[in-house]
Design a binder for this molecule. Structure first.
Ligand SMILES: [Zn+2]
Length: 498
């Protein structure tokens, strides 16, 4: 007997094909019928969709929600966008493995971990009762720091750039294998960040091999997204082919004005590699600014003045008044330079916890990216709700539907839904998800394609979108007509390669 029936919907099944008007019946956590659903028992909940679009729930393939799964288990900022599953552990930073009780220097978790491995983390997430599903990557930066120490600490030794010893590399590799055994979908790197930036390609290949052994993938924030973008894409392609596994290029972009347009060449390299037998996919966020920990982008001894010009403060514990303001404006007011402002912030107590927003991306490149058939969507939101976070944390998926589908016609609605549902579900091993069909898990979003819109802006970023009518996770209604129901039906998922 059905528990929930959604009637009179325009159903997009996630395949990219044309939709069909009809009903969807759900029993427990699965879809049991799609089409013309007859009368059901009086105990079933019925939702009249009144012609709205019903599609699989969106899969956010690039998140840093590892800590939020526990600190903010309602994940309201994701549920309200229609997301039902997340990929954690991106850019080389993952919640596991960890040293229980040790301070979290990455800022990812917002507190000391109580677990040592993915199984322990998954148990902590389950205990927190998340509203949404997640699968995890295991991160290179996390593993490297756990095994080799923190290159930022006084005890690390003089050579930050040292390579791991054979024994250290072996221990790092064993962490990858263990995470894969415990359900990770793959291995991630963030090769611009400390300590991953000190690694050389063979180290990454060696570790990626362990993910390959378990059928996983390699997801990378590549070594350079600006002047040396193409070389960095080549490195990722080499890692995939040498280690023998699929590659996900994270938040694909050409950063810095002089590099704008280069994504065309970069995508051509991806197409060429795929034509030659590689398996490369990508993701993008639909905004012209990036965001992340400011300390990672600036060398105090040699501040990048070009980057300093386009920096805005998202979260700044040292100077809360800077939040929401550009470094250039603060500098003008204080009679200094943007570089001096950044130096002042980073050397202040708690300065290293600053999250910044950097306007480095070309709008045209976003459209070029979104036209690519292997391009998925990942928010890359950084969950520090204290300041003014990048609006992508609240607006990414509705922004694709509103701006790039409806207003700009960059891709069709059916294709956008495919890229945000079945394509990522298959890629990240979310079995029986990302599709509307009998037998699949009931992860669904009901939205008004004519009205859905992101309302989060840089000035007022913590705004939930409008036009998302209902979100269903594992058969439970998590969100309805602007209200979070409190349903905690999300699960930590294990990677199940298709
Ligand atoms: Zn990244």
């Amino acid at each position: 007997m059905a528990d929930l029936v959604i009637r009179n919907a325009h159903v997009l099944d996630g395949s990219g094909g044309p939709g069909a008007d009809g009903d969807v019946a759900i029993e427990g956590d699965r879809i049991v019928e799609v089409g013309d659903v007859g009368p059901v028992g009086a105990t079933a909940t019925e939702i009249d969709a009144d012609g709205l679009v019903l599609s699989p729930g969106f899969v956010d393939v690039h998140t840093h929600d590892d800590g939020a799964m526990i600190r903010h288990p309602d994940l309201a900022f994701k549920v309200a966008q229609g997301c039902t599953s997340l990929v954690l552990g991106n850019c080389g930073f993952s919640a596991a493995p960890a040293e229980p009780g040790q301070p979290d220097t990455s800022g990812l978790l917002g507190g000391a971990p109580s677990w040592s491995d993915l199984e322990g983390y998954a148990a902590a997430v389950t205990a927190a009762g998340p509203a949404i599903n997640a699968v995890a990557l295991v991160g290179h930066n996390t593993i490297r720091q756990l095994v080799m120490g923190d290159p930022g600490s006084a005890t690390y030794g003089p050579d930050k750039r040292r390579e791991p010893t054979v024994a250290e590399l072996g221990r790092m590799a064993d962490h990858v294998s263990r995470a894969m055994e415990q359900g990770a979908c793959g291995f991630s790197t963030g090769l611009i960040y400390e300590p991953g930036r000190y690694s050389r390609t063979p180290e990454v290949i060696e570790l990626a091999r362990r993910a390959a052994d378990a059928g996983g993938l390699y997801a990378s924030h590549i070594r350079n997204e600006g002047d040396r973008l193409l070389e960095a894409v080549d490195e990722a392609i080499t890692i995939g082919s040498e280690a023998g596994l699929p590659v996900q290029l994270s938040h694909h972009k050409a950063s810095g004005r002089r590099n704008w347009g280069k994504v065309v060449e970069s995508l051509a390299r991806v197409d060429e590699a795929n034509a030659a037998g590689a398996d490369i996919t990508l993701d993008v966020y639909p905004y012209t600014a990036g965001s992340g920990p400011m300390a990672q982008y600036f060398d105090l001894a040699d501040i990048n003045t070009e980057l300093a010009e386009v920096i805005r403060f998202a979260s700044c514990p040292a100077f809360r008044a800077y939040e929401g303001r550009m470094a250039v404006d603060i500098a003008a007011e204080e009679g200094s330079t943007p570089a001096e402002v950044i130096h002042k912030v980073l050397t202040a107590p708690e300065g290293r916890r600053t999250i910044c927003i950097q306007f480095i991306i070309d709008e045209g490149d976003i459209e070029t990216n979104l036209r690519h058939p292997r391009m998925m969507v990942g928010s890359d939101g950084v969950v520090d709700l204290a300041g003014r976070p990048h609006p992508r944390l609240f607006g990414t998926f509705p922004r694709i539907l509103a701006h790039y589908v409806r207003d700009r016609g960059v891709l069709t609605l059916e294709e956008a839904v495919r890229r945000m549902t079945s394509l990522p579900a298959r890629r990240f091993g979310l079995a029986d998800r990302g599709e509307v069909r009998a037998g699949a898990f009931a992860d669904l979003v009901l939205f008004d394609a004519a009205a859905v819109v992101d309302t989060a802006t840089y000035d007022d970023p913590k705004q939930e979108p409008t036009g998302i009518d209902a979100v269903i996770v594992n058969g439970a209604v998590a969100y309805r007509s602007g209200t979070h129901t409190g349903a905690a039906a999300g699960r930590m998922l294990r990677y199940e390669p298709s």
